[in-house]
Design a protein. Structure first.
Length: 212
């Protein structure tokens, strides 16, 4: 039986990804609800873990309230799923290699942005599933920040980030680091930190979070 050409394989992969675009536009709240229900966790139990009210969980899941960056990370940590699972329902789906070379393909526009509280947006960069690794792009508009209730926050994993445009400031407990285009940083996510954009243009960064 003749093997499909590389061009055919690429076209098939792109078509398969496009078929999930309507699903991918589902709100982040709906994805959180689906992830929670799939794990048999009640809204009340999730709220208790997060230290918020069941009403707040309901508002997030219904799209009435957008979670902050730190809240979204706390939710995915509590649910035991990678951060990218909240970006795209296809993130955990097994993807067949597109051709004999064994690659997987994601075309521009096939992974939607999600917009969080204060206008911060995330977009999954990994084509297909990537167990143990989150790879995504973040855009922080001027004045936007990611922080916890007491200013700093922490989460699971080890983080590596590269700023590709604008300027992003990271506050740690004892010091402040300002990153500009081309600068990179790495640190354990367990170290309390805060990210914010004090500039007047969007700060765009690519992040790799590696989980144990």
């Amino acid at each position: 039986m003749p093997q499909p050409s590389l061009a055919d394989a690429v076209e098939t992969a792109a078509a398969a990804a496009s078929s999930h675009e309507s699903e991918a536009t589902t709100s982040v709240g709906t994805r959180i609800r689906d992830l929670r229900q799939a794990r048999g966790i009640s809204a009340r139990a999730l709220a208790k873990t997060l230290g918020i009210s069941p009403s707040a969980v309901s508002q997030i899941e219904r799209g009435v309230m957008q979670p902050s960056v730190s809240r979204l990370i706390a939710i995915t940590d509590a649910l035991g799923v990678p951060l990218v699972a909240a970006f795209d329902p296809a993130s955990g789906r097994s993807v067949e290699p597109a051709g004999p070379s064994g690659f997987t393909l994601q075309r521009a526009g096939q992974s939607p942005d999600i917009v969080l509280d204060s206008g911060v947006s995330f977009r999954r960069l990994t084509p297909g599933s990537s167990p143990g690794v989150d790879y995504f792009e973040s855009i922080y508009p001027p004045g936007a920040a990611a922080h916890g209730a007491d200013g700093l926050f922490h989460h699971e994993g080890y983080e590596v980030g590269t700023v590709v445009a604008g300027e992003l400031t990271i506050d740690f407990e004892a010091e402040r680091v300002i990153l500009r285009a081309g600068d990179a940083i790495s640190y354990p996510c367990s170290v309390p930190h805060r990210l914010h954009n004090t500039g007047d243009v969007d700060a765009v960064a690519h992040w790799l979070i590696v989980h144990a």
